[in-house]
Design a binder for this molecule. Sequence first.
Ligand code: GLN
Length: 194
Amino acid sequence: MVKIGILNLQGAVSEHYDITKKAVENMGVDVDVEYVRYADDVADCDGLIISGGESTVIGKLIHKRGIDKVIKDNNISVFGTCAGMVLLGKKTDFDQPLLGLMDITVKRNTYGSQKDSFESPIEIFGKEYMGVFIRAPVLESYDESKDDIEVLSTFDDEVIAIKQGQHIAISFHPELTEDTLIHEYFIREVLNKQ
Ligand code: GLN
């Protein structure tokens, strides 16, 4: 059965688990959703969700546990939100371990500190969606020469959601809403890959 792993190292993990389960239920598909913590558990996944949290902490654990190698060796699709977006990139404004799966450079904490967190309607997949931004990153740049890159959403002229091949990075927190739209999109992408 197709398996989506929720990387359970640090951050808003249980919220992603709940909304992914809800998305699977809404879609009526046969997809297993599991928490994963170690390289061996990740190796069994077809898709992996990396939550918001502290990208430096999550990145160090990913590297220490060899999860980065397993993701690459098994060609696992990754959906990263907030800190997860940072980790998907090739470069940030900090010196930190990254997955480097997408040709994007990410600017961390673009909107300021925790107290500057905000919610705002955004548009994605032609629909209005509530964007929850918590010390959110945005894209500094992406490699426009890559054919497989697609900008999914912008907000105030900043790229806040982007896809490259099988990976998706978004700067806000869909797991803190009730709206399964983006999780359903990721699940569909993983299913289409099979
Ligand atoms: N600012 C955090 C980081 O770059 C991300 C914040 C979040 O995931 N809510 O690691």
